[in-house]
Design a protein around this ligand. Structure first.
Ligand SMILES: *Cc1c(COP(=O)(O)O)cnc(C)c1O
Length: 410
């Protein structure tokens, strides 16, 4: 008899976006003539950059020839892409990394979910709250998160981010083995300053804590003072692993490519206190369980670093950020307390006094035919907030804002 990994059974059955879809479908069934606009989705909508498309065609043509055909590539990714990453994403910020500290992935979700395999099941973990659900759920599956009571896992330290603390999480008052940070943040759209990030790195160095840093939205940073990488902070390469993705950077949600930085200096301890570098461990893990990202996707990613590619990708990001700006202006004009939206494609809005996240979600769906994401779906501190995304078209975003205005004026 095969015994199931019963940690999976502890996971709540319903996934946030499935719950949302169910409620939207119920509304549509009752109101078949009404079109609903979603400002809730976390997916991009604009087409790939021409430079990327050209690279995809070229790579496909190469694969059609005997000489150009590629089978299995290196599990760590092709050197052409790893070198382009070092040269464009790190060197200009004064960060010197080696090629073998870069691991190309098929998107940051896989690696942010898988990275926890490198530490023992009984490590303690800490997360900012609200947060991208992958970090906690991947730890639940292995039994590290404990049991769930009132929406909280017993072995997870939650560090609340809310209006009261200006969305700056407080350092834990005790030591934690592993901390997940995501900046710019999904779902709140807020960022971390260099001074604040330095506090986290110093905490990690002092307490022997490992930081998993998700930088999936770094391309949306507009303010030059905000760090794009944790390695901009001295000492971070001793304590941090960093995740990048081309999904939000360049519309790669359907292409699938990103990368993970595992510096050679990052270590974890054995029970005897011996320090084990995590870079060779991650390499071993990848070589066993991952056969690389497709050649075509990696050529597509390389094209983002050409002068044309950079320009085109920036234009699309500007397009989304124009949405964010309009949303901030309109929602604030309507009296909403809003956060984020300046260096990230997300706006985090406080619901009116009497409304929970889900109540407001339903009121806006039925009143304005606009969908947002209930904040409580991202963690207990998300209650009383909703997330709006800037990933729609200009037309849809304008129309949605228009509807919200009319709905609130009634
Ligand atoms: C979208 C997103 C990712 C990236 O996911 P991919 O697998 O690269 O598409 C990673 N982290 C966060 C917080 C995200 O919102």
């Amino acid at each position: 008899m095969a015994l199931v990994n019963d940690h999976f059974l502890k996971l709540p059955n319903n996934y946030l976006f499935a719950d949302i879809a169910k409620k939207v479908n119920a509304f549509k069934a009752m109101h078949p003539k009404v079109d609903v606009i979603s400002l809730g989705i976390g997916d991009v909508t604009q087409p790939l950059a021409p430079a990327v498309i050209e690279a995809i065609h070229k790579a496909a043509d190469e694969m059609a020839t005997r000489q150009g055909f590629r089978g299995y590539g290196p599990e760590q990714g092709y050197d052409f892409l790893r070198d382009a990453i070092l040269k464009n994403d790190f060197l200009p910020r004064g960060i010197h990394l080696d090629r073998d500290e870069v691991f190309i992935n098929d998107g940051a979700k896989s690696d942010t979910g898988n990275i926890q395999e490198l530490v023992r099941w009984d490590n303690s973990i800490g997360v900012t709250d609200p947060i991208y659900p992958v970090y906690i759920d991947s730890n639940v599956m292995i039994g590290r998160a404990g049991v769930q009571e009132n929406g909280r896992w017993s072995n997870v330290l939650y560090m609340p981010c809310n209006a009261e603390n200006g969305f700056v999480p407080q350092l834990p008052d005790r030591r934690v083995d592993v901390i997940y940070l995501c900046y710019p943040n999904n779902p709140t759209g807020t960022v971390i300053s260099k001074a604040e990030l330095r506090k986290w790195v110093n905490y990690a160095l002092k307490n022997d804590t490992l930081i998993f840093y998700d930088a999936a939205y770094q391309a949306y940073i507009q303010d030059d003072e905000i760090p794009h990488s944790i390695y901009e902070i001295r000492g971070a390469r001793k304590c941090a692993i960093e995740f990048h993705s081309y999904s939000k950077t360049a519309g790669f949600t359907g292409v699938r490519c990103g990368y993970t930085i595992v510096p050679k200096e990052v270590t974890a301890a054995t029970l005897d206190g011996e320090r084990i570098p995590l870079n060779p461990l991650w390499n071993r893990r990848q070589c066993t369980k991952f056969n690389g990202t497709s050649y075509i996707s990696q050529r597509a990613a390389e094209a983002i670093y050409t002068p044309e590619g950079k320009q085109q990708v920036k234009e699309t990001i500007n397009y989304y950020m124009q949405n964010a700006k309009k949303m901030l202006t309109t929602l604030r004009g309507l009296g909403f307390e809003c956060y984020g939206g300046e260096n990230a494609p997300y706006i985090w809005a406080k619901t009116p006094e009497t409304s929970s996240s889900w109540k407001f979600f339903e009121e806006m769906l039925y009143g304005a035919h606009v969908v947002c994401t209930p904040g409580v779906g991202f963690g207990p501190s998300g209650e009383g907030y909703v997330r709006f995304t800037a990933f729609g078209s200009h037309e849809q975003t304008d129309e949605a804002l228009h509807r919200i205005e009319n709905w609130l004026k009634k």
